[in-house]
Design a protein around this ligand. Structure first.
Ligand SMILES: [Zn+2]
Ligand SMILES: [Zn+2]
Length: 340
């Protein structure tokens, strides 16, 4: 990973505005990118967390670059996490602009698909994974704390984006890339001419992008979104791209994405080895695997831990290395029987 000097950004109509995030897991302040538009005004690619501090930082950042909210033409949401779309509704009310998002993350930003709602709706699913009821209650309390971090966006203001869409800005054209993994509807913007990628949370320099357990597309084996399986595919697509600059959702501009992603694949490999080692002795639930993968189990991080385990379990399943079965209302996993 090599730092890229960001001094060239304003010259091509890109204004990076870091905004504070009140939770650790994000990996630091969330970047909003104001992009100058053809014919005046600007768009935002992400708009920070919807706390008072987040909104104030965004306003200050815009003002210091001579940009006014009334000249905001559109908000493009990279994915439906509060630190990326949190101010969308407030900005849309003020400017009258539309909010663009991929259909798979639409329900998150209009409020129905927020994580705490998914958890309430999918309580039975988590019990099947072996998560104790008390742990689930603690997870729900934690999830509800994120409620003030974003106002739901009015459905009527939302327009959908699709992979392959072309977006025009003052100094460049960008292509929308649908790269599911971190969330089902995550998009990045690719500026091919400049070998530049607005990478949001798909490729981050300092933290793993956490392909999160997500039941918004369904809970059954054939409908459930397989976060890490999808992430591998999306990350390989980016790995094959020639890029000179990645502008992430958190942190500074960088390049060297190929080595970074290779390191990440190795990191997942280690977790997969731990899972297979644990299943070598006897079958386990997803919840039981959490303590095999993570030396210190922390309820505050349980959702991330379950996500990591479930993601890696699904990858191993796809490779035919483990298999699932039902026992006493629980989903259990075991090492696949080798065919001779
Ligand atoms: Zn983020
Ligand atoms: Zn995110």
């Amino acid at each position: 990973m090599i730092a890229v000097d960001e001094a060239f950004l304003p010259g091509v109509g890109i204004h990076k505005i870091p905004t504070p995030v009140p939770f650790m897991e994000a990996g630091g302040p969330a970047n909003a990118y104001a992009l100058e538009d053809v014919g005046g005004g600007f768009s935002l690619f992400d708009c920070g967390c919807g706390t008072d501090e987040g909104l104030a930082a965004l306003r200050e950042g815009l003002a210091s670059r001579g940009l006014e909210v009334k000249h905001l033409n559109r908000v493009i949401v990279s994915h439906g996490h509060v630190d990326h779309y949190g101010n969308a509704q407030t900005l849309a009310e003020e400017s009258g602009c539309e909010v663009f998002v991929h259909p798979h993350d639409l329900e998150k930003i209009v409020g129905e698909g927020r994580w705490y709602r998914q958890l309430e709706k999918s309580w039975g699913y988590f019990l099947r994974l072996g998560v104790p009821e008390a742990t689930l209650n603690a997870m729900l309390d934690g999830a509800k704390r994120s409620r003030p971090y974003a106002r739901p966006v009015d459905r009527a203001r939302v327009k959908t984006l699709a992979g392959g869409d072309a977006l025009q800005f003052k100094y460049f054209d960008a292509k929308v890339l649908h790269l599911p993994g971190h969330t089902p509807g995550l998009v990045c913007l690719h500026v091919e001419k400049r070998k530049l990628l607005f990478a949001d949370d798909h490729v981050l320099a300092k933290v793993s992008p956490n392909p999160l357990l997500d039941l918004s597309l369904g809970e059954t084996d054939d409908t459930k979104f397989k976060a890490l399986v999808s992430y591998y595919r999306s990350a390989r697509a980016v790995k094959a791209m020639e890029l000179e600059c990645l502008l992430p959702g958190h942190g500074e501009a960088f390049k060297g994405h190929v080595e970074l992603l290779e390191g990440l694949f190795q990191f997942y490999e280690l977790r997969q080895n731990r899972i297979m080692k644990r299943l070598g002795s006897e079958p386990a639930t997803v919840y039981e695997l959490v303590s095999a993968v993570f030396p210190r189990v922390d309820i505050g991080r349980m959702y991330l831990m379950l996500s990591e385990v479930m993601g890696n379990v699904e990858v191993l399943e796809e490779r035919g290395e483990l298999e699932r079965f039902e026992e006493g209302g629980r989903l259990k996993l075991r090492a696949a029987r080798r065919r001779v």
